[in-house]
Design a protein. Structure first.
Length: 479
């Protein structure tokens, strides 16, 4: 999918912020609607009918909820509606799944449903959910991500923020939430998804940050569907709508929120997919195992692996490794050497180690456990390097390592761009032959690297020359 220049620039900057762990998501009702949940207007439709009003004619839904409470002296019916509508089964959307896989540690939402938490748990992350002021003082151990539900949670409908009176008191009743959100808006890049910017609480926070910081406020982004002409809309009404959208977009600039115009809501998914794809390409999975090193002696091979890993970290990439026999130690040592040489520039986050379990636990056999490990490990990366790849069979003979081949297959399944180093022989040579038989299958969008893959099969290349070509490929993929 071709993106506009504005969205291209956003993707580039957003990936950079992801790499620096400076990203937060703010999810509005529009993010949950595709999963099967209702919008605010649909939630209040029956209530509006009882008041003798039409929800389709009302724009101030907060006041509408207040009218209901005034007439009925309580929120009982609205509370029941929340339970009815948001406890139903709903499918996690692709947008939720992508965001859950990315290294985003902060989510804010005005939604009552649990889709964000559910998607994060599916991605094997420990979630610390905050929907009550008292929870802000407690930190869940080993948490990976915090989800702030500033208007409450479906499991506690009586505490949900719904009415005008509650909104008016929010900056006092929920001041710690206001303070926490203000701090995150100062320090993180926010992406607003499915949000209409009619929420008074967010407006309160944004306006005060604007007064305090002005042009120094951090840049944020939001998706907005480009106004199109409705079926029953005349030309004048359409022009009016276009003008109103233009003014709203310009007004968001006061708060340093840049609107990313999309033609349709599925475009958001395509943008998020591209963000994930580019982010993963900053991580390199190194696969390999070796009982012997063929035409190379052990010292030469270990030095090659060490220098390769060091160089990858040195150009700002992350290395993922499963501690393969005869390979893993050199990968780890090389990465750590660069990290400790330049701690001002590199961090230990650039090395991800996933040693394979050596003993069965529970009902799962080792092959099943290893396959699970491989999927989790490889899914973190966007590029896969394959070196050597041999092992001893039960009779002590050297054979090709089927584990490395399995990692290649999983890598292809997960969309990684493979870089087999045929010059190192064994299964890596076999993989090279396979990809060069049908390069269009493995490099549909990276045809420029195919000649370099061929060069990497040359056994006469010295280690430094091989490393130079590998780095060239990595940089070409990320250009």
């Amino acid at each position: 999918m071709a993106f506009s220049k504005e969205i291209e620039a956003f993707i580039k900057d957003f990936v950079s912020d992801l790499l620096e762990n400076n990203v937060a998501i703010f999810a509005g009702a529009g993010m949950s609607i595709p999963a099967g949940f209702v919008s605010w207007s649909e939630l209040l439709r029956e209530i509006a009918d009882e008041l003798g009003l039409s929800v389709d004619k009302e724009h101030d839904l907060i006041s509408l909820a207040q009218y209901h409470v005034n007439e009925n002296r309580g929120k009982a019916k609205i509370n029941r509606k929340i339970l009815e509508e948001f406890t139903e089964e709903a499918q996690i959307t692709e947008n939720h799944r992508i965001l859950a896989r990315l290294p985003i540690t902060t989510f804010w939402t005005t939604n009552y449903d649990t889709l964000i938490e559910d998607s994060l748990k599916t991605a094997n992350k420990i979630v610390d959910t905050k929907h009550d002021v008292k929870q802000l003082t407690v930190t869940r151990p080993k948490r990976d991500v915090v989800v702030y539900k500033m208007h409450g949670d479906v499991a506690h409908p009586t505490d949900a923020i719904l009415t005008k009176e509650q909104y008016e008191a929010y900056h006092n009743s929920h001041r710690p939430f206001v303070t926490a959100l203000s701090g995150d808006l100062i320090s993180k890049t926010f992406l607003f998804i499915g949000f209409s910017f009619t929420d008074p609480n967010l407006d309160y926070v944004l306006s005060r940050l604007n007064i305090q910081f002005g042009e120094n406020t951090r840049q944020h982004y939001c998706f907005i569907k480009r106004k199109t002409k409705g079926a029953n809309e005349d030309e004048d009404l359409h022009k009016y709508g276009l003008r109103k959208q233009e003014l709203m977009i310009n007004d968001l600039k006061r708060y340093k929120i840049k609107a990313l115009l999309i033609d349709d809501y599925p475009d958001i998914t395509e943008v998020l997919k591209e963000i994930e794809r580019r982010y993963r390409k900053k991580t390199v999975f190194v696969s390999g195992s070796a009982e012997e090193y063929g035409i190379w002696d052990r010292n030469k091979a270990q030095s090659f692996i060490h220098q390769l890993s060091k160089k990858i970290v040195g150009i700002g990439f992350t290395v993922v490794n499963g501690f393969g026999w005869g390979v893993g130690s050199a990968v780890i040592n090389g990465a750590l050497e660069m990290i400790y040489e330049r701690p001002d520039k590199h961090s230990e986050d650039q090395l991800i180690m996933r040693p394979f379990p050596q003993f069965e636990t529970g009902a799962k056999k080792l092959p099943e456990l290893w396959d699970e490990y491989r999927y989790k490990m490889i899914s973190l990366a966007g590029i896969g390097i394959f070196i050597f790849g041999n092992k001893k069979d039960k009779d002590g003979n050297i054979i090709e390592a089927n584990g490395v081949k399995r990692e290649f297959d999983i890598a292809f399944e997960n969309g990684l761009i493979p870089i087999p180093i045929g010059a190192t022989g064994y299964i890596s040579k076999t993989i090279t032959e396979e990809v060069l038989k049908d390069p269009g299958k493995y490099y549909p969008n990276n045809k420029e690297i195919i000649p370099v893959i061929k060069e990497l099969a040359n056994e006469n290349l010295e280690p430094d020359a091989i490393i130079e070509r590998i780095i060239k490929i990595i940089l070409l993929i990320n250009k």
